[in-house]
Design a protein around this ligand. Sequence first.
Ligand SMILES: *Cc1c(COP(=O)(O)O)cnc(C)c1O
Length: 371
Amino acid sequence: MSAPAPRSGILDISPYVGGEAHAPGADRLIRLASNEGALGPSPRAMEAYQAAAAELHRYPDGGSTALRDGLARLYGLDAARIICGTGSDELLGLLTRAYAGPGDEVLYSAHGFLMYPISAMAVGAKPVAAPETGLKADVDALLAHVTERTKILFIANPNNPTGSFLTSDEMRRLHAGLPEHVVLVIDAAYAEYVDRPDYTAGEELVEEFGNVVMTRTFSKIYALGGLRLGWAYCPPAIADVLNRVRGPFNVNSAAQIAGVAAVEDTAFIEESRRHNDIWREWLTARLTELGLEVHPSIANFVLVSFATKSGSGQPGDGNQAAEAARQFLKARGILVRQMGGYGLPHCLRMSIGTEEEMRAVVDAVAAFLKG
Ligand SMILES: *Cc1c(COP(=O)(O)O)cnc(C)c1O
């Protein structure tokens, strides 16, 4: 007997592994493995979520109208070009399904988000990784890997897990070098944390060109990952495609209601961004003082290399130190992200948490390094 066979390529997928959420035996838990907003959800979003309970027998608004209107108002966008989804993961998957298939190529940057190759393989397309320079997407390398078969280029900006980013000029140059048949998907999951004159999330490119999509999420600064809510800003023809392939009620009513309240609570978002600026800088400085290399980040996490600790300059340097540090932290209830799946086994990724959590992680890393 043999089991029914899925389409070719599906069994080659290594399933996505999320950040750890448990540390058995520890009496307190500090979760810095999934980049969830440090301050938790807006109190207004939580209130709206609770109030939604009495109406759970009703189907949601299939068009997520109030949420799209709220997003359009806040960010100055056209609501008709916004498509909401069950997390941005759903939208990345739908875009892949709609624009790529067997024989096609899906391009991404070598240390890009793991969902890009997974989405490609799920539709039978070939994931193609372009090398990076200094843990940053390389515009020329990406363009050099475009072929006639390339259908989608995924780029996270800022990127997870490196924290690096392409400036607005670099992104524009990347787009300018792409053939018109390639969809450029700018995954701006961390955009709300960034406040720099040389960065844009990409909405202006969406409005200017027919082949650029920007995706956003409520899982990071809005801290609503548990509700699964994301959105895409699209050219009209791509919005039309997504509306055809998405489920008719793909965003549940509680997520829509909480999302509207979260978007209206601009003071809370501002506070979250300020908190992140302060503690990302503080964490970077303390870890650097401890002799670790912290890759510069503009998002709500830092990538920390342990290679400098052994210092022989050989490949594999720091892999054991990073893993030992992760286990040392976990035994103390502090969860950070292992980076082997991203080809960076000598690194750990740490989310920016509360002041107390940041002080605890620095104390624990210092204790680890003292041995
Ligand atoms: C966290 C993250 C997302 C968000 O995914 P959701 O499905 O919206 O929770 C998307 N892209 C990147 C690069 C991320 O790090």
